[in-house]
Design a protein around this ligand. Structure first.
Ligand code: PEP
Ligand code: MG
Length: 538
């Protein structure tokens, strides 16, 4: 039995088998194969399996998002029947190259060929070649699409996980996350929280492959991961896990009840989401609406920009699911820790202080306009609000409003129906908090992003685990900026919410109520916990 201490991201307990996740960027060695026939049939088997996967994906997409979006899987399946591509690989295998390496060679050769073509459509096929080749390589290496090789849910151990990797994980296959590095305010931690999975970061252990299949325990209450627990500890942990599940069930009784204190003060409790399917747990937790839809997650874990149509489908789906409840869609917040290759962002010395979020959108308006068009088109199907991240000046807001007006006018001319849409900003920089009096005159609401507001006010990198233990999450400077923002917002007659992780800190619920905060937006897993904290105030 070995015990490792980390930083808890979600207070819960998980018991199950351990799986050590390997990064998907696998380095493939070239080896010499002796039995060429066997290698050829291994390759052909992998191609058949890849085609079966693509057929299943096509059918699932057809049922969920329609023919237009499903088509890509059909195209990929057809590409796997292309004679030139298959022959290039088979020829290399016949010359004694291992199949994985032969596929990688063909991938590089064909993707370069496509990328060098003048025709835009053919150019775009380079990405597809990579995609199908990686699928075949994963099958040859026995790695499933999300990197988890079993169907039994596991405790996933990783060195660290990027938001793109986390977003691809199938929640049904994971009991808990444990990472060697990472901080509890990183987007990976936020995703774990939104999945309601016990998680620990910064455990400083050295996982090895022989851990795979061993029993592990994640104790989010005591910040501990236990590998191979002895019987006594295991029994105790199973008891604690059952207790945790029972406590969660108790909270269920608060569903349908108001978020009201003993002395009659009321507050909205909304949920934060990152993708369409997150709206289900938000509804299940009885959230009053969506206070933060991190739309950038629609851009992660893929190789090309989501089109206007794709985004429209996603926003419309969330608005329809929420049936008239408010849905605050935050425009793209790419950059910093959320990296997307196809944006071709230059490496930066200080990415958190760099080219991110609204700065990219104002600099590359074609990306911004596509997203705004999709949101406004979807606004006819529910109660949409839009908010803009990383604002530092009134001028930015004025410029955004001009672009918004232009988009609305275009859509009006094109005949699209649109709903009433509130426009708000995130107050997540000290500049925005200090200018909240002026900014409040320009917008319909503020949502305070305490994750970034804390990072920028205290000069504490939210990704740096070394600073986490010394960082006071209730720092008076941050609380003062929140109070100032609420006061200035109210003086201008607009509502003010909090959507950073601090909103779920029940030690501050009463403080926020006393400040007059109108809305707290938290992960779905925290909605009922915060409701209980509000109702416990007398
Ligand atoms: C925040 O900064 O508090 C916030 C909600 O935005 P994100 O965590 O996505 O940066
Ligand atoms: Mg932020």
């Amino acid at each position: 039995m070995n015990r490792y201490v980390g930083k808890s991201v979600l207070k819960g307990v998980a018991v199950g088998r351990v799986f050590c996740y390997q990064k998907q960027d696998i380095h493939i060695e070239q080896t010499k194969v002796q039995d060429v026939e066997a290698e050829l049939s291994r390759f052909q088997g992998a191609v058949e399996k890849a085609k079966e996967q693509l057929t299943a994906l096509y059918e699932a997409a057809l049922a969920n998002v329609g023919e237009d979006h499903a088509m890509i899987f059909d195209i990929h399946r057809m590409m796997l029947e292309d004679d030139d591509y298959l022959e290039a690989i088979e020829q290399a295998v016949k010359e004694g190259t291992n199949a994985e390496y032969a596929v990688e060679m063909a991938q590089d050769q064909f993707s370069e060929l496509f990328a060098s073509m003048d025709d835009e459509y053919m150019k775009a096929r380079a990405v597809d070649i990579k995609d199908i080749s990686q699928r075949v390589i994963r099958i040859l290496l026995g790695i499933s699409e999300d990197g988890v090789p079993t169907d039994e849910p596991v405790i996933l151990i990783a060195d660290d996980l990027t938001p793109s990797e986390t977003v691809k994980m199938d929640k049904n296959k994971i009991l808990a996350f444990v990472t060697v590095r990472g901080s509890s305010n990183s987007h990976t931690a936020i995703l774990a929280r939104s999945m309601n999975l016990p998680a620990l970061v910064n455990t400083k252990m050295e996982p090895s492959e022989d851990w795979n299949g061993k029993v592990g325990v994640v104790d989010g209450f005591n910040n501990e991961f236990i590998l191979d627990p002895d019987k006594e500890v295991l029994d105790e942990m199973i008891r604690r896990k059952n207790q945790w599940v029972a406590d969660l069930e108790m909270l269920e009784e608060l569903k349908g009840k108001d978020n009201v204190t003993g002395d009659g003060r009321q507050i909205d409790i909304f949920a934060n989401i990152g993708k369409v399917s997150d709206a289900d747990p938000a509804l299940e937790a009885d959230a009053g609406g969506i206070g933060l839809f991190r739309s950038e997650f629609l851009y992660l874990g893929r190789d090309t920009f989501p089109t206007e149509e794709e985004q429209f489908v996603s926003y419309k789906a969330v608005l329809e699911k929420m049936e008239g409840k408010k849905v605050v869609i935050r425009t793209l917040d790419i950059g910093a820790d959320k990296k997307v290759d196809y944006f071709h962002l230059d490496p930066e010395e200080n990415p958190a202080l760099g080219y991110r979020a609204i700065r990219i959108c104002l600099d590359r308006p074609e990306i911004f306009i596509t997203q705004l068009r999709a949101i406004y088109r979807a606004s006819a199907y529910g109660r949409a609000s839009i908010m803009f991240p990383m604002i530092v000046s009134v001028e930015e807001v004025k410029r955004i409003k001009e672009i918004v007006e232009q988009v609305r006018e275009e859509l009006r001319v094109e005949g699209y129906p649109m709903g009433e849409v509130e426009l708000g900003i995130m107050v997540e920089t000290p500049a925005a908090a200090l200018l909240s009096g002026e900014l409040a005159k320009e917008v319909d609401f503020f949502s305070i992003g305490t994750n970034d507001l804390t990072q920028y006010t205290l000069a504490v990198d939210r990704q740096n685990q070394k600073l986490e233990s010394t960082c006071n999450t209730h720092h008076p400077a941050v609380l003062k900026l929140i109070e100032m923002t609420v006061k200035n917002g109210h003086e201008a007659g607009i509502w003010v919410g909090i959507c950073g992780e601090l909103a779920a800190d029940t030690d501050l619920t009463e403080t926020f109520l006393n400040m007059g905060v109108d809305e707290l937006s938290v992960s779905a897993s925290a909605v009922l916990k915060v409701r209980k904290a509000v109702r416990d105030i007398t």
